[in-house]
Design a protein around this ligand. Structure first.
Ligand code: ADP
Ligand code: NI
Length: 213
């Protein structure tokens, strides 16, 4: 594997995601790749696997492509056509399927490469960027920004939420604020804690403005 497969993959992904408005645009992919490189400093990892998995990680998401199967097939063809080894192809596909919520069903990442890519993707769901992406996605799904009649507590089960409506603020409790404790790497955990802390500050300010008298 060499530089050129990465450059070609960047172009290929950018073409596919250039019109995305669901929070999975090309700049999300770029940030995740940069975060993953940062988390890889001092780690003994296959960097090409990490970068290619980051670049293609949302191409099998049915929010972005027609179906997960179609997305995985096109990723597989792409890697084969560019002479990526069967071993690396298998590794990249396993990272992408484990990351996808539906396919992975919370399975742990088995390799350090996968753990780094997953941490990088989770970090981009936190902090100021995470807040912005959540409201963007909620608008896309036509959910409300905040519904004070929804029960909001951090330890609500996923089933309880599935039966109810959601809102952007609700998603903070459903998923985002739980991400720090699920981080795989120490460095990822440090960054996640900082970004979650910023979100809690945002929530405090949000509630104080909401109930301003
Ligand atoms: P990723 O691209 O990081 O894998 P997702 O596909 O799960 O993330 O979601 C994309 C963005 O939309 C994230 O910032 C996430 O927090 C946000 N999001 C996902 N589901 C919801 C939801 N039900 N309500 C609000 N925001 C959501
Ligand atoms: Ni992503």
């Amino acid at each position: 594997m060499n530089e050129s497969i990465i450059k070609l993959t960047e172009q290929w992904v950018q073409e596919q995601l250039s019109h995305d408005t669901t929070g999975h645009d090309w700049y999300h992919i770029k940030r995740v790749t940069t975060l993953a490189k940062h988390l890889s400093i001092d780690a003994e990892v296959n960097m090409n696997v990490i970068i290619l998995a980051c670049l293609m990680h949302d191409l099998a998401d049915d929010k972005v492509v027609e179906s997960e199967e179609a997305g995985l097939a096109s990723i597989t063809n792409w890697l084969e056509d560019h002479d990526v080894s069967p071993e690396d192809t298998k590794h990249i596909l396993s990272i992408i399927t484990t990351m996808s919520f539906k396919a992975g069903k919370g399975d742990p990442m088995r390799t350090l490469e996968g753990q780094i890519v997953q941490d990088a993707d989770r970090l981009d769901a936190l902090g100021a960027i995470g807040i912005a992406r959540t409201f963007t996605y909620s608008g896309h799904k036509k959910q409300s920004m905040y519904d004070p009649t929804l029960r909001v507590r951090e330890n609500m089960s996923i089933e309880e939420y599935r039966h109810g409506q959601s809102s952007a603020i609700q998603h903070f409790y459903e998923k985002l604020l739980k991400l720090p404790e699920r981080m795989n790497t120490t460095q990822g955990r440090v960054l996640a804690d900082q970004r979650a802390e910023y979100m809690r500050t945002f929530l405090e300010q949000f509630y104080s403005e909401w109930s301003f008298e």
